[in-house]
Design a protein around this ligand. Structure first.
Ligand code: GLU
Length: 474
């Protein structure tokens, strides 16, 4: 291991931070933390047409939400183009690269011929040894790497093992285009080198690029960083991850009410294991993580597992931080703006009181919000169809009797309302359940809720009695 480990996350801002990108960032972050190193962030915005400011903002926001903080300033690849050009010029000056004047038509014909002959080497080396003096007028040359024609390009990948390419199958790649813009291949190598990156951890869709990048490293005489290509995330059936199966931006997971800690834990466990341990605190993750333990098989995304894990994290979160998360997530949940407006010290205190019970039933923050709806409901309550059905004329009469019984409670709390309701049930030879159901419907507008005495306690005397009055017919 080098003295100081430097990893990097290098997203292209052509879309939002995808769940797979989040996992790549996590692995880079964990690896850096484990070795007391740094994780740098490089935005690969060289594709000017497809890169957007909105995507950059979403990536930064997604990483921050996942609590995967990078070290130092964000590096923008586009801003480093002059340095990329300088390296291409250096290779040119050293004879390790050359100018290629092939026209678009010539290149197209070359490609077609190669394909027809079943060759993967698409460029035929046309200008490799040709005298530039014979260059056609008006063609702006590209700069191509003078890649080895024979032998092998070998990379010892930490996840994929030894990967070997036959050089005869790799053509002389373009470093600088005719218009002077650097190619992605060149930019990545120069930046990783200049940033002092010691370990590259990225999706295995980039494995194919590694041979080309290794050739650039070799030409420059730079050491190749340690390479780890992690398998992509697939759908539960092994197919490419679809939207329905979770191919969403990180912000969608936030809006679905997942906790960052749960998502990190889930993403870690996707294709990486440590015995049969399922739950990892951040410290445990850092201690246990080793990139070499990442499997080579595609990881399969499983929403049900993520939900269960999230439920675990919610149950084990402290009540105050859940109130905070509840409040924060409202900005991202469509149609919940009105709830945000109802948050004040009073409702926050009610929420905190109800939290021990609410969190037992919620797998996501959305379920937590749904469970807490009764706190924020306006009088008279809108009853859901089940509650509506339950509140028959007869049970509305019962509600009236319960109202009178509860009005007598002096100090309003869960224990005293329980005592009052129990003695009411006894006196009237009713089961507690028969009393609790209409009460629940009248107090929450639903047929499921936290324990009824807790509901009474959370709502308080005035609101509880008011809600009962609203549903009472005498
Ligand atoms: N920018 C590339 C991507 O978003 C990653 C390149 C790399 O990690 O080397 O897929």
């Amino acid at each position: 291991m080098p003295d100081s480990v430097v990893t990097r996350f290098a997203p292209s801002p052509t879309g939002f931070l995808h769940i797979g990108g989040g996992r790549t960032a996590l692995f880079n972050w964990l690896f850096a933390k484990k070795h007391g190193g740094k994780m740098l962030l490089r935005i690969e915005d060289t594709d000017r047409e497809r890169s957007t400011e909105a995507a950059i903002a979403a990536i930064l926001d997604g990483l921050k939400w996942l609590e995967l903080n990078w070290d130092g300033e964000v590096i923008h690849q586009y801003g480093l183009a002059a340095r990329h050009r300088e390296v291409a010029e250096q290779l040119l000056a050293e004879g390790k690269a050359y100018r290629c004047y092939a026209t678009a038509e010539e290149l197209a014909a070359m490609r077609e011929k190669a394909r027809a002959e079943g060759r993967t080497r698409l460029y035929d080396g046309m200008w490799r040894d040709r005298d530039p003096a014979t260059a056609p007028a008006g063609v702006k040359p590209a700069i191509r790497l003078r890649a080895p024609l024979t032998g092998e390009t070998v990379v010892e990948d930490q996840v994929q093992g030894r990967v070997v390419w036959q050089n005869e199958n790799l053509d002389d790649l373009v470093l600088l285009r005719g218009d002077g813009t650097p190619t992605y291949m060149l930019a990545v190598v120069v930046d990783d080198h200049d940033m002092g990156v010691t370990h590259v951890i990225r999706g295995d869709d980039h494995l194919i690029n590694t041979a080309r990048q290794k050739q650039i490293y070799d030409a420059m005489g730079w050491p190749l960083p340690s390479m780890s290509h992690i398998p992509l995330i697939h759908g539960p059936d092994g197919s490419k991850l679809s939207k329905r199966h979770g191919a969403l931006g990180i912000e969608a997971y936030r809006a679905m009410g997942y906790l960052p800690a749960a998502l990190r834990n889930y993403l870690l466990r996707l294709g990486w294991g440590h015995g049969d341990q399922e739950i990892f605190s951040t410290e445990e993750m850092i201690a246990a993580f080793d990139i070499k333990d990442v499997g080579r098989a595609a990881a399969r995304f499983d929403f049900a597992k993520l939900e269960n894990l999230n439920g675990h994290y919610i149950r084990h979160s402290d009540d105050r931080s859940l109130v905070k998360m509840f409040e924060d997530v409202l900005d991202y949940v469509p149609g919940r703006a009105e709830l945000k407006a109802k948050l004040n010290d009073g409702t926050r205190a009610q929420l905190l009181k109800a939290m021990p019970s609410l969190k037992e039933r919620a797998k996501t923050l959305i379920e937590l919000i749904d469970g807490a709806d009764f706190i924020f409901a306006d009088r008279p309550l809108q009853l859901d169809p089940k509650a509506q059905a339950l509140l028959t004329p007869e049970s509305r009469k019962l509600t009236g009797q319960l109202l009178s019984a509860l009005e007598k409670v002096e100090t309003w709390n869960a224990a005293n309302t329980e005592a009052a309701l129990r003695s009411f049930a006894e006196e009237n030879s009713l089961k507690l359940g028969a009393v609790a159901q209409p009460l629940r419907a009248a107090l929450t507008g639903r047929t499921t809720s936290p324990g009824i005495f807790e509901v009474l306690d959370v709502l308080g005397r005035q609101e509880s009695l008011g809600r009962l009055k609203d549903q009472t017919t005498t």
